[in-house]
Design a protein around this ligand. Structure first.
Ligand code: NCD
Length: 305
């Protein structure tokens, strides 16, 4: 039995197979419409989510399966003091596969150790968000045609943004990747990431001004300042509008640059950018469903003839 805790749980060859499957699902949805008939996905969300939970639910429903779960720790037995390990043992009796989001780093891993069904980490604190990374990689691969030879700007909250941490970890496995980290001083990417990049000789730069680096980028990955992970409101208020991507800044970018964002967006991308053909964040949300469909099939070991 396999779980998904980090994008690195899959080799690049396994990821490639997953993306090929996701591409087939995108183009031949009818072939997969009953692939999970009679199967149940549990979504155990101890932290708010719209897209991740609903995209899992959409994915399982489009495969013909069913959903059970909770979307708020307050409505689960966690409020009575039940441990994640106990909850997953019980969920293992009710469902065939589980997607879990938790505010504590490592909680889905603790669950996986006790689980009798595959567990997917749907985001653990500021740590990892592997299915968002699979979504990001599929989007890049589909729209740019490659996952190597890219200069990627990551902008915003690089300290607390788990999607950023997961994505960097996954991209370093492809050839000729260069990172430009764009953040205020207080929200710089954690040292463990820059240490890892240095040890692997992967080029990166850290800058504060977005305008300056715009012309170099193949991809701009915008992120929200992670309000819920701040220790005080004052810092959040000071930093929340540090970056606002607008049409003026987009005019500095290459014709074929893509803008990605895991969503939800707050103010960091002005709505005027939405009609720019380079804005790919809503298309990205659609790829999130295909890749989760492919992931569910893969972890359940279901092959569609
Ligand atoms: C992200 C998350 O939850 O980390 N959202 C998502 O899953 N698409 C990004 C965010 O909340 O900023």
């Amino acid at each position: 039995m396999r779980h998904l805790m980090s994008p690195l749980d899959f080799t690049t060859k396994e990821l490639e197979d997953l993306f090929i499957l996701a591409g087939d699902i995108e183009h031949n949805p009818a072939r997969y419409a009953h692939a999970c008939d009679g199967r149940i996905l549990a979504t155990c969300f101890y932290e708010p989510s719209t897209r991740t939970r609903l995209s899992f639910e959409s994915a399982m429903t489009r495969l013909g399966g069913r959903i059970i779960g909770f979307s708020d720790a307050a409505s689960s037995s966690a409020t009575k003091g039940e441990s994640v390990s106990d909850t997953i043992r019980v969920i293992s009796c009710y469902a065939d596969i589980c997607a879990m989001r938790h505010p504590k780093e490592g909680a889905p891993m603790v669950a996986a150790e006790k689980s009798r069904i595959p567990v997917i980490n749907a985001g653990d604190g500021g740590h990892q968000h592997p299915t968002q990374t699979l979504t990001d990689l599929l989007t890049i691969r589909s729209l740019k045609g490659r996952l190597d030879n890219l200069t990627i700007g990551l902008c915003g909250d690089l300290k607390f943004g788990r999607t950023v941490h997961s994505l960097i970890g996954a991209l370093v496995r492809y050839a000729n990747i260069r990172f430009i980290f764009i953040s205020p001083e207080e929200l710089r990417v954690p040292d463990y990431i820059t240490d890892m990049l240095r040890s692997r000789n992967i080029p990166y730069e850290e800058v504060i001004r977005l305008e300056k680096v715009m012309p170099q980028l193949d991809l701009l990955y915008m992120t929200r300042v992670q309000k819920e992970r701040f220790f005080n409101e004052e810092d959040y208020v000071r930093l929340k509008d540090f970056y606002i991507l607008d049409t003026a800044k987009m005019s500095l970018a290459r014709e074929d640059m893509l803008v990605l964002h895991p969503l939800p967006r707050v103010n960091e991308i002005s709505v005027e950018v939405d009609s720019d053909p380079r804005a790919a964040y809503f298309r990205q949300a659609r790829y999130g469903v295909y890749v989760r469909m492919a992931l569910i099939l893969t972890l359940l070991g279901i092959q569609v003839p």
